[in-house]
Design a protein around this ligand. Structure first.
Ligand code: B12
Length: 208
């Protein structure tokens, strides 16, 4: 049986080729897709999340690891669907209206996927109306809002208010360089996280 440590190590190192090869070999050997996902891919991304929070690795390493995970997921995903494996939770993430910054938002999306969430990335410059429309379509448990400009922070408040008024039951979480816990409390967001790894912990705590 393929050793899942080899897969998690490949994700940690960002070694796409090995990650894909080990995933294919494990599937060929009949290993349960859920085990490949949990003990291999998610385990590797968890390590990256912990190191990122501790400033032991930086954005480029996270992106490279996420890319290796993504390539292996392309091989594994049909098997997970066949096996009826349910995602850990459903999230939707977007950058609010007027704001085009997406590097941080993309990292949050990648880390959530790495933690086993099914994630709808609804892009940048997303109006409150579009958040509502997409939430009705995707039915997420968690909605993440990102803003990098002080001038677009009020769009977070507007969006959260509009989501509540539209009866969307999902929990909201916000983030981005100018955002704080105090601001999250002020606008009635479900939570705030300072980085992508903490966003995963927050999303998990919000759905539990
Ligand atoms: C890259 C960048 C750009 C790129 C964006 C490219 C892209 N595809 O994203 C470009 C060149 C397009 C750009 C444009 C502008 N920018 Co700019 N930009 C930056 C810069 C240098 C880096 C931002 C970044 O990507 N950081 C790295 C990521 C990983 O960090 P992050 O976004 O904070 O995300 C982390 C956390 O915040 C958190 N997080 C993020 N989102 C979320 C969401 C959730 C739900 C959660 C839980 C967590 C979370 O997790 C992430 C990962 O750990 C910053 C300066 C800086 N050092 O922050 C300025 C900065 C944000 N920009 C600024 C400005 C002013 C602009 C412009 C107005 C410039 C202009 N005059 O045209 C335009 C605005 C365009 C627009 N309408 O959005 C200012 C904002 C000042 C302010 N106080 O509002 C900054 C701070 C630069 C400065 N010092 O003046 N920018």
């Amino acid at each position: 049986m393929k050793d899942m440590k080899a897969l998690s190590d490949a994700v940690i190192k960002g070694d796409q080729k090995t990650a894909v090869e080990v995933t294919k070999a494990a599937i060929a050997e009949g290993m349960a897709p859920e085990r490949i996902l949990t003990d291999g891919l998610i385990a590797g991304m968890n390590v990256i999340g912990v190191r990122f929070k501790a400033n032991e690795v930086y954005i480029p390493e996270v992106l490279i690891s996420a890319r290796a995970m993504k390539m292996a997921m392309e091989v594994l995903e049909p098997k997970l669907v066949e096996a009826g494996v349910k995602p850990f939770g459903k999230a939707m993430v977007g950058t609010v209206q007027g704001d085009l910054h997406d590097i941080g938002k993309n990292l949050v999306v990648m880390m959530l996927k790495g933690a086993g969430f099914e994630v709808a990335d609804i892009g940048v410059d997303v109006s409150a109306e579009k958040f509502i429309e997409k939430a009705k379509e995707c039915k997420p448990q968690i909605i993440g809002l990102s803003a990098l400009l002080t001038t677009t922070m009020p769009a977070m408040e507007k969006t959260i208010r509009a989501l509540k008024e539209a009866g969307i039951a999902a929990k909201t979480m916000i983030g981005g360089a100018p955002v704080t816990q105090t601001y999250a409390d002020k606008i009635g967001a479900g939570g705030y996280a300072p980085d992508a790894a903490s966003a995963v912990d927050l999303a998990k705590s919000l759905i539990n």
